[in-house]
Write a protein that binds this ligand. Structure first.
Ligand SMILES: [Zn+2]
Length: 63
């Protein structure tokens, strides 16, 4: 399986944890859907203009 994200997760601005999941935008491949089901990534849906957070913290913060 390809690496979908690098290993350095920036700390959450709210709780300072570094256990966030990467948010992946665009059409989800089968591999991406599987990773999301396993709790490895968050599917962000279709990419939009404007602010697109890259990380989803377990506390609910997207940043
Ligand atoms: Zn957090």
């Amino acid at each position: 399986m390809n690496r979908l994200f690098d290993e350095s997760i920036p700390p959450c601005p709210r709780c300072q944890q570094t256990t966030a999941l990467p948010i992946v935008y665009g059409d989800a491949s089968t591999e991406m859907v599987t990773a999301a089901r396993l709790g490895q990534i968050v599917l962000g849906g279709v990419a939009t203009e404007g602010y697109m957070p890259a990380w989803m913290c377990p506390c609910g913060t997207r940043y």
